[in-house]
Design a protein around this ligand. Structure first.
Ligand code: NAP
Length: 281
């Protein structure tokens, strides 16, 4: 298999794209709406059919943008959306899901996540997710920003092990999850969905990423993405609101970093030697 069509396997056996498109901060500004729509469409044309959104993003405007940009291509998409923890109860998640479905103009969300922990009733959330799944309104459910202790707590609850993915902050500059969270999830076949895979543009301006990129004639962002995608159970969801960035990101799937390049990256962006609490943006 070439990296172009790299996929990640869910516990159910379904294969989903390893590289998708984030949409945080999209759909909020009418001046750039046309370009954002083109960017999302270009991404789908390039196989970036996994689209990540949340009821939080633009207070629903990101979900509306997705409907406008990709409404006629629903069958090609794997849509991920997220529910606020303050809607985290059995009835709360059901009502929030209905609102998201309406904004997305679809009859189902492919993966529905609890956005972060914050006073939710976790048992109620699972019960709500399971009944949405039984009704066909969501196809899978999962969590976001769950550290190892949160995952252990989740898996101890009834049906908690039906969690299909955990969306977390993970990139070359934030490697904490490698110490315990990623291995814990790998053992249980729970894929990680790496958000902010280019660190929300906070990667250092000059680093080994630039040297490797220059030697290969690609961009440092592409090296950062290829680094996240090097692991079979990790999905990356960069947000790019321009066509040029989307095309560049899609091409990162063709880059396989060598052992030597990975060692050079380790020397500057060191893997964790002890537990670090999961960071969050
Ligand atoms: P990100 O994807 O690491 O970075 C986005 C920034 O990188 C944008 O400013 C974008 O610019 C720029 N960019 C993307 N590709 C580029 C390229 N090839 N060259 C140069 N610049 C490039 O950060 P993120 O948006 O925080 O994270 C990605 C997605 O993850 C979000 O959109 C959201 O869907 C999700 N997320 C989830 C959580 C959570 O709590 N679950 C938290 C944060 C994010 P342009 O827009 O100008 O193209």
């Amino acid at each position: 298999m070439t990296s172009q069509n790299k996929t990640v396997r869910l516990l159910s056996g379904e294969q989903i794209p390893a590289l998708g498109q984030g949409t945080w901060e999209m759909g909020e500004n009418s001046r750039v709406r046309g370009e954002e729509i083109k960017a999302l469409q270009t991404g789908v044309d390039s196989g970036l059919t996994l689209i990540d959104t949340a009821e939080m993003y633009g207070d629903g405007d990101s979900e509306k943008l997705i409907a406008e940009a990709l409404g006629d291509r629903r069958e090609e998409l794997f849509i991920v959306s997220k529910v606020y923890p303050h809607n985290g109860s059995e009835t709360g998640v059901k009502a929030a899901c209905e609102r998201s479905l309406k904004r997305l103009q679809t009859d189902r969300i492919d993966l529905y996540l609890l956005h972060w922990r914050g006073g939710e009733d976790l048992e109620g959330v699972i019960a709500g997710f399971e009944s949405l799944r039984a009704a066909g309104k969501i196809r899978h459910w999962g969590v976001s920003n769950f550290d190892t202790d949160d995952m252990i707590e989740l898996f101890a609850l009834e049906n908690g092990n039906r969690c299909a993915a955990n969306q977390i902050l993970y990139n070359v500059a934030r490697r904490g999850p490698e110490f315990d969270l990623l291995p814990w999830m790998r053992e249980r076949s729970v894929p990680a969905m790496a958000y902010s895979p280019v660190d929300h543009l906070r990667l250092p301006n000059q680093s080994i990423l630039n040297d490797i990129a220059a030697a290969r004639g690609v961009s440092p962002m592409q090296i950062a993405l290829a680094w996240v995608l090097r692991q079979p159970e990790v999905i990356a969801i960069p947000k790019a609101s321009t066509v040029a960035h989307v095309i560049e990101n899609a091409a990162a799937r063709d880059i396989t970093l060598s052992e030597e390049e990975l060692s050079q990256i380790d020397a500057q962006f060191k893997p964790p030697k002890s537990k670090r609490s999961l960071e969050m943006l």
